[in-house]
Design a protein around this ligand. Structure first.
Ligand SMILES: Cc1ncc(COP(=O)(O)O)c(C=O)c1O
Length: 308
């Protein structure tokens, strides 16, 4: 999916809020040349005078873990970046839903592969509506596979691996589909180009396990927790064969951008009755309430920023 955004007034870079036009780095930064960077995608929902950020701290913790995996030491704490995000949102006075993008990458210095250049840190927040169609999308199995955990640090949300998802996404669009589904190196269903995947069979949710080569999605984690604890659903984490996906009762993606997106077709096979399934619909509604802080038990996941 390509997303049109209008630019906000301010961005945060290396400790300061600056005018959008001044949030710049040099063309010689290491991250640009070799993909030596990590990032996050976080949503904030505008609701009656507040931006409500979903699982902000968990996203920042994943950012630090991703950085650690690729030998990057972020010169701030999780707390610093949480506060910086809140300040940036206040400065921009957003009154619509937003997407927040913290990014950390090796900056200017040497161009050697081994260079341990100083690290640049930025936070960008832009207005952002729905990413994928909430009425259900048509998907295709990508010709690009998700590499195994011994071929690439797949648990880290690195900038480098997004070349793979970019290619998968473009290929799906070129073939007339809304989104790509990547298989893992052994041919089992892994994930979408920016989403985790679930199927529903006999009221049970099935999703690929985290020991497989998937990103440990925060939305995936949310769905697993609430499906078991609040919606009375069984959840099984196990490998999924491609044929099981084609013959599932329901299927859906989870992701910060995608939220809960129903999948109604895969490679010309209609999933279920071709409409949003009952279980998927229940999860979509519940997820919306959670992200807006309307379920008491999960209010701890929501950071409210008052927009004056
Ligand atoms: C490849 C990939 N898988 C899964 C996800 C879903 O992760 P999350 O729910 O944490 O946004 C994303 C999005 O960040 C992603 O890019």
């Amino acid at each position: 999916m390509s997303v049109e955004v209008s630019w906000p007034k301010y961005a945060w870079i290396n400790g300061k809020i600056v005018e959008w036009e001044n949030a710049k780095v040099h063309v010689f930064v290491h991250g640009l040349h070799y993909g030596t960077g990590v990032f996050e995608g976080i949503r904030g929902y505008y609701d009656s005078g507040y931006i409500k950020i979903f699982r902000l701290e968990d996203h920042m913790k994943r950012l630090f873990n991703s950085a650690k995996i690729i030998h990057i030491k972020i010169p701030y704490t999780v707390h610093d970046l949480v506060n910086a995000t809140v300040e940036l949102i206040k400065a921009n006075k957003f009154t619509k839903d937003i997407y927040i993008r913290p990014i950390v990458f090796r900056g200017l210095g040497s161009f050697g592969l081994r260079a341990q250049n100083p690290v640049d840190v930025a936070i960008i927040a832009v207005e952002f509506g729905k990413y994928l169609k909430k009425t259900g999308i048509r998907c295709t199995i990508s010709s690009w596979r998700k590499p195994s955990a011994d071929s690439f640090p797949v648990y880290a949300k690195t900038t480098g691996i997004y070349l793979l998802y970019h290619l998968a996404s473009i290929e799906a669009a070129m073939n007339g589909y809304d989104e790509a589904i990547l298989l893992d190196h052994e041919g089992f269903v892994a994930e979408g180009s920016g989403e985790n995947i679930f199927i529903v069979k006999n009221n049970t949710l099935i999703t690929p396990p985290t020991y497989d080569a998937i990103l440990e999605g925060i939305t995936r984690d949310t769905v697993i927790k609430v499906a078991k604890e609040d919606l009375g659903l069984n959840v099984i984490e196990r490998r999924i064969r491609r044929e099981e996906l084609y013959t599932a009762d329901e299927a859906f993606f989870t992701g910060t951008a995608a939220e809960i997106t129903p999948i109604v077709e895969v490679d010309g096979r209609t999933i279920g009755n071709g409409r949003i399934g009952e279980v998927t619909s229940k999860i979509m509604d519940y997820y919306n309430s959670i992200t807006l802080g309307k379920i008491e038990k999960y209010r701890k996941w929501v950071t409210e920023v008052r927009i004056d």
